[in-house]
Design a protein around this ligand. Structure first.
Ligand code: CO
Length: 141
């Protein structure tokens, strides 16, 4: 227990910053101005999104999120907020352990149990009301 009265969720380095976009190719093209290179692309089944990862040399990864059907939550996001920051993601070594600590600290979660993310990762989202921005916790494959 820390002096603040709760244990901190054990997060690792920033894994990526995610931007919701209408079209992956158009957005990936625009990010070339930062030297970004598209290194991976996949449709995440069950979440209604296509994701693309762009590596910006010497910095971090940018994830582009694009809806693949009308029921995708990204459709609603784009409608209300336009193309903009969707979430930030911290790496965790053990997603179950991180969720247990978050639960104990009373953090409002979107996911109480991990779900499948891109590239075989296991992920869980912290509610944006908790930290002012949607935060993804990711245990890499
Ligand atoms: Co993400």
């Amino acid at each position: 227990m820390s002096p603040t009265g709760f244990d901190a969720v054990p997060v690792g380095p920033l894994d990526h910053v995610a931007i919701a976009v209408h079209d992956i190719d158009t957005a990936a093209d625009r990010y070339r101005v930062l030297g970004a290179e598209l290194t991976h692309r996949e449709v995440v089944a069950g979440q209604g999104v296509e994701v693309a990862f762009l590596e910006v040399p010497g910095t971090t990864t940018i994830e582009l999120l694009c809806p693949t059907n009308d029921e995708s939550p990204i459709v609603r996001f784009l409608h209300s907020r336009g193309e903009s920051l969707h979430h930030i993601c911290f790496r965790v070594a053990d997603i179950e352990a991180a969720l247990a600590v978050a639960r104990k600290a009373g953090v409002r979660m979107i996911d109480d149990v991990p779900r499948d993310g891109a590239r075989g990762s296991r992920i869980a989202f912290i509610h944006p009301e908790a930290l002012g921005v949607l935060v993804e916790l990711k245990q890499p494959a």
